[in-house]
Design a protein around this ligand. Structure first.
Ligand SMILES: [Zn+2]
Ligand SMILES: [Zn+2]
Length: 152
């Protein structure tokens, strides 16, 4: 393989140039190998992507993993999802109970791994802040909690 590669390489007469293409080629092959192992027909088709409802980051999951487990999890915030097959792909539903905002009525999803007494989180829609007040996921708006804490 070496001879015709070198013939096309314009700087083949320089010793330094002879050495430099080889590490480059090896690095490229090493970079490609993991992708090739994961895929028969095209890497992009084997990855499903959706927006996390807990943190709005993109969640990428291997199709094989979803088909096997019907579950996915956001690597950024830890929110878990139930995956359901639909006609042209997959639908992901948060697999944790949402918090309903007192002010705007919208749901906010918080990963259960983060839910503990004292954990504060904002409403995804209106930004109102809530705090977990009991270990069974009872929560209260932050402002109201402050008022109630004042003895009268
Ligand atoms: Zn997330
Ligand atoms: Zn709200």
């Amino acid at each position: 393989m070496g001879s015709h590669l070198h013939a096309e390489w314009p700087f083949a007469t320089s010793k330094k140039a002879q050495e430099s293409p080889r590490p480059f080629l090896e690095k490229t092959l090493a970079d490609l190998e993991p992708l090739a192992n994961n895929s028969f027909s095209g890497t992009m088709n084997n990855v499903v992507e959706f927006s996390c409802q807990g943190c709005e980051e993109r969640v990428k999951v291997l199709l094989k993993a979803i088909e096997a487990k019907h579950h996915a999890a956001c690597l950024t915030c830890g929110l878990r999802y139930r995956a359901e097959k639909v006609d042209d792909g997959w639908m992901f539903y948060p697999d944790e109970p949402p918090f309903n905002c007192d002010s705007c009525g919208n749901k906010t999803y918080v990963a259960s791994g983060r839910v503990k007494v004292g954990y504060e989180f904002p409403c995804r829609s209106c930004g109102r802040k809530f705090v977990i007040v009991r270990s069974d996921w009872r929560y209260a708006p932050l402002e109201k909690l402050d008022q109630e804490a004042e003895p009268k």
